[in-house]
Design a protein around this ligand. Structure first.
Ligand SMILES: C[S@@+](CC[C@H](N)C(=O)[O-])C[C@H]1O[C@@H](n2cnc3c(N)ncnc32)[C@H](O)[C@@H]1O
Length: 197
Protein backbone atom coordinates (compact mmCIF):
# COMPACT_ATOMS: atom_id res chain seq x y z
CA UNK A 1 0.00 0.00 0.00
CA UNK A 2 1.27 3.49 -0.88
CA UNK A 3 0.04 6.72 0.70
CA UNK A 4 -0.75 8.98 -2.30
CA UNK A 5 -0.53 12.24 -0.32
CA UNK A 6 3.21 11.72 0.28
CA UNK A 7 4.18 10.62 -3.24
CA UNK A 8 4.81 12.85 -6.28
CA UNK A 9 5.36 16.53 -5.56
CA UNK A 10 5.95 16.23 -1.84
CA UNK A 11 8.68 13.60 -2.43
CA UNK A 12 10.39 15.72 -5.10
CA UNK A 13 10.28 18.88 -2.98
CA UNK A 14 11.80 17.07 0.00
CA UNK A 15 14.49 15.44 -2.15
CA UNK A 16 15.64 18.81 -3.56
CA UNK A 17 15.68 20.36 -0.09
CA UNK A 18 17.93 17.50 1.12
CA UNK A 19 20.27 17.90 -1.89
CA UNK A 20 20.96 21.49 -0.85
CA UNK A 21 21.55 20.50 2.76
CA UNK A 22 23.64 17.34 2.15
CA UNK A 23 25.04 17.32 -1.37
CA UNK A 24 27.71 14.66 -0.86
CA UNK A 25 25.60 12.10 0.96
CA UNK A 26 22.56 12.52 -1.28
CA UNK A 27 24.83 12.33 -4.34
CA UNK A 28 22.13 12.79 -6.98
CA UNK A 29 20.67 15.61 -9.04
CA UNK A 30 17.14 14.22 -8.85
CA UNK A 31 15.17 11.24 -7.53
CA UNK A 32 15.48 8.13 -9.70
CA UNK A 33 13.00 7.77 -12.55
CA UNK A 34 10.46 4.91 -12.53
CA UNK A 35 12.38 3.19 -15.36
CA UNK A 36 15.51 2.92 -13.21
CA UNK A 37 13.59 1.61 -10.21
CA UNK A 38 11.74 -0.90 -12.39
CA UNK A 39 14.95 -2.21 -13.88
CA UNK A 40 16.53 -2.64 -10.44
CA UNK A 41 13.40 -4.37 -9.14
CA UNK A 42 13.44 -6.77 -12.10
CA UNK A 43 16.86 -8.03 -10.92
CA UNK A 44 15.61 -9.05 -7.47
CA UNK A 45 15.17 -12.86 -7.34
CA UNK A 46 11.98 -14.43 -5.99
CA UNK A 47 11.97 -14.42 -2.20
CA UNK A 48 11.17 -17.42 -0.04
CA UNK A 49 8.91 -16.90 2.99
CA UNK A 50 10.74 -15.14 5.78
CA UNK A 51 13.41 -13.64 3.52
CA UNK A 52 14.01 -9.92 3.10
CA UNK A 53 15.19 -7.47 0.50
CA UNK A 54 17.14 -4.61 2.07
CA UNK A 55 17.19 -1.30 0.24
CA UNK A 56 20.07 1.04 1.11
CA UNK A 57 19.76 4.83 0.66
CA UNK A 58 16.02 4.84 0.01
CA UNK A 59 15.76 8.65 -0.17
CA UNK A 60 12.15 9.66 -0.76
CA UNK A 61 11.19 6.23 -2.11
CA UNK A 62 11.62 6.35 -5.90
CA UNK A 63 13.10 2.83 -6.01
CA UNK A 64 11.07 1.61 -3.02
CA UNK A 65 7.86 2.30 -4.98
CA UNK A 66 9.07 0.16 -7.90
CA UNK A 67 10.19 -2.68 -5.61
CA UNK A 68 6.65 -2.81 -4.22
CA UNK A 69 5.10 -2.47 -7.70
CA UNK A 70 7.15 -5.47 -8.83
CA UNK A 71 5.31 -7.65 -6.31
CA UNK A 72 7.66 -7.65 -3.31
CA UNK A 73 5.49 -7.72 -0.18
CA UNK A 74 5.78 -4.77 2.19
CA UNK A 75 6.66 -7.06 5.09
CA UNK A 76 9.62 -8.42 3.13
CA UNK A 77 11.12 -5.01 2.37
CA UNK A 78 13.42 -3.14 4.75
CA UNK A 79 14.47 0.33 3.58
CA UNK A 80 17.49 1.95 5.23
CA UNK A 81 17.96 5.71 5.06
CA UNK A 82 20.42 7.94 6.90
CA UNK A 83 18.38 11.14 6.82
CA UNK A 84 15.85 11.45 9.61
CA UNK A 85 13.60 13.69 7.51
CA UNK A 86 13.54 11.33 4.54
CA UNK A 87 12.99 8.34 6.85
CA UNK A 88 9.93 10.06 8.32
CA UNK A 89 8.67 10.71 4.80
CA UNK A 90 9.21 7.04 3.82
CA UNK A 91 7.24 5.85 6.85
CA UNK A 92 4.28 8.00 5.85
CA UNK A 93 4.53 7.13 2.15
CA UNK A 94 4.91 3.36 2.66
CA UNK A 95 3.15 2.40 5.90
CA UNK A 96 3.56 -1.36 5.17
CA UNK A 97 7.35 -1.53 4.93
CA UNK A 98 9.99 -1.42 7.64
CA UNK A 99 11.95 1.86 7.50
CA UNK A 100 15.24 1.82 9.37
CA UNK A 101 16.79 5.20 9.98
CA UNK A 102 20.57 5.03 10.28
CA UNK A 103 23.94 4.65 8.63
CA UNK A 104 24.37 1.66 6.34
CA UNK A 105 28.00 1.39 7.47
CA UNK A 106 26.65 -0.30 10.63
CA UNK A 107 24.02 -2.32 8.78
CA UNK A 108 24.19 -5.56 10.78
CA UNK A 109 23.79 -3.73 14.10
CA UNK A 110 21.03 -1.53 12.70
CA UNK A 111 19.05 -4.56 11.58
CA UNK A 112 19.70 -6.92 14.48
CA UNK A 113 20.26 -4.85 17.62
CA UNK A 114 18.12 -1.83 16.81
CA UNK A 115 15.26 -3.53 14.92
CA UNK A 116 15.33 -7.26 15.74
CA UNK A 117 15.69 -8.29 12.08
CA UNK A 118 17.82 -11.40 11.61
CA UNK A 119 20.51 -10.45 9.07
CA UNK A 120 20.71 -14.10 7.93
CA UNK A 121 17.25 -13.63 6.42
CA UNK A 122 18.48 -10.97 3.99
CA UNK A 123 18.78 -12.53 0.54
CA UNK A 124 19.28 -9.44 -1.63
CA UNK A 125 20.46 -5.83 -1.23
CA UNK A 126 19.31 -3.05 -3.56
CA UNK A 127 21.46 0.05 -3.21
CA UNK A 128 20.76 3.63 -4.19
CA UNK A 129 23.79 4.80 -2.19
CA UNK A 130 26.14 7.22 -3.95
CA UNK A 131 29.17 4.91 -3.57
CA UNK A 132 31.33 7.15 -5.77
CA UNK A 133 30.79 10.30 -3.71
CA UNK A 134 30.70 8.94 -0.15
CA UNK A 135 34.00 8.90 1.80
CA UNK A 136 36.09 5.78 0.99
CA UNK A 137 36.14 4.61 4.62
CA UNK A 138 32.33 4.73 4.76
CA UNK A 139 32.03 2.81 1.47
CA UNK A 140 34.48 0.19 2.76
CA UNK A 141 32.42 -0.37 5.91
CA UNK A 142 29.13 -0.51 4.01
CA UNK A 143 30.43 -3.11 1.56
CA UNK A 144 32.04 -5.26 4.22
CA UNK A 145 28.71 -5.28 6.12
CA UNK A 146 26.96 -6.30 2.88
CA UNK A 147 29.52 -9.08 2.33
CA UNK A 148 28.98 -10.37 5.85
CA UNK A 149 25.20 -10.32 5.67
CA UNK A 150 24.53 -11.74 2.20
CA UNK A 151 24.57 -15.51 1.65
CA UNK A 152 26.84 -16.98 -1.00
CA UNK A 153 25.13 -16.23 -4.34
CA UNK A 154 23.26 -13.27 -2.80
CA UNK A 155 22.84 -10.19 -4.97
CA UNK A 156 24.00 -6.62 -4.39
CA UNK A 157 22.23 -4.47 -6.98
CA UNK A 158 23.70 -0.99 -7.43
CA UNK A 159 23.12 1.93 -9.78
CA UNK A 160 25.73 4.45 -10.80
CA UNK A 161 25.80 7.58 -12.95
CA UNK A 162 29.20 6.47 -14.26
CA UNK A 163 27.86 4.68 -17.32
CA UNK A 164 31.27 3.52 -18.59
CA UNK A 165 31.47 -0.28 -18.71
CA UNK A 166 34.00 -0.94 -15.88
CA UNK A 167 32.86 -2.45 -12.59
CA UNK A 168 33.32 -0.34 -9.45
CA UNK A 169 36.71 -1.39 -7.92
CA UNK A 170 35.23 -0.85 -4.44
CA UNK A 171 33.03 -3.89 -5.17
CA UNK A 172 35.91 -6.17 -6.16
CA UNK A 173 34.99 -8.72 -3.46
CA UNK A 174 31.81 -9.41 -5.48
CA UNK A 175 31.60 -10.68 -9.04
CA UNK A 176 29.54 -8.66 -11.54
CA UNK A 177 26.96 -10.80 -13.30
CA UNK A 178 24.92 -8.27 -15.23
CA UNK A 179 25.23 -4.63 -16.28
CA UNK A 180 22.88 -2.43 -18.25
CA UNK A 181 22.41 1.29 -18.91
CA UNK A 182 18.97 2.76 -18.21
CA UNK A 183 18.69 5.79 -20.49
CA UNK A 184 15.27 6.91 -19.24
CA UNK A 185 16.69 8.51 -16.11
CA UNK A 186 18.21 11.90 -15.36
CA UNK A 187 21.11 11.49 -15.72
CA UNK A 188 21.26 8.06 -17.43
CA UNK A 189 22.46 5.39 -15.02
CA UNK A 190 24.07 1.96 -15.16
CA UNK A 191 22.59 -0.86 -13.08
CA UNK A 192 25.08 -3.50 -11.99
CA UNK A 193 24.16 -6.82 -10.41
CA UNK A 194 26.98 -8.06 -8.18
CA UNK A 195 27.02 -11.54 -6.67
CA UNK A 196 28.67 -12.62 -3.45
CA UNK A 197 30.92 -15.56 -4.42
C1 LIG B 1 21.37 9.00 -4.70
S1 LIG B 1 20.21 9.20 -3.34
C2 LIG B 1 19.08 7.90 -3.85
C3 LIG B 1 17.70 8.09 -3.31
C4 LIG B 1 16.65 7.16 -3.91
N1 LIG B 1 16.98 5.77 -3.66
C5 LIG B 1 16.52 7.38 -5.40
O1 LIG B 1 17.06 6.54 -6.15
O2 LIG B 1 15.92 8.38 -5.79
C6 LIG B 1 21.15 8.46 -2.02
C7 LIG B 1 20.46 8.32 -0.68
O3 LIG B 1 21.35 7.61 0.19
C8 LIG B 1 21.27 8.18 1.49
N2 LIG B 1 22.54 7.84 2.19
C9 LIG B 1 23.76 8.36 1.96
N3 LIG B 1 24.69 7.80 2.76
C10 LIG B 1 24.02 6.88 3.51
C11 LIG B 1 24.43 5.96 4.52
N4 LIG B 1 25.71 5.88 4.93
N5 LIG B 1 23.50 5.14 5.07
C12 LIG B 1 22.19 5.20 4.67
N6 LIG B 1 21.75 6.07 3.73
C13 LIG B 1 22.64 6.90 3.15
C14 LIG B 1 21.08 9.67 1.23
O4 LIG B 1 20.54 10.33 2.36
C15 LIG B 1 20.16 9.65 0.01
O5 LIG B 1 18.81 9.65 0.40
Amino acid sequence: MTNKSTSGLASAALFFKEIFANQRTVGAAAPSAPALGKHMASKVPALADGQYVVELGAGTGAITAQLLNSGIQGDQLVSVERSEVMSGHLRKRFPDIKVVQGDASRLKCLLEDDHGICSKSVSCIVSGLPLRSLPKTVVKSILSEAQEILPSGGRFIQFTYDIRKGANPALSAFSRRDTQVVWMNFPPARVDVYIKP
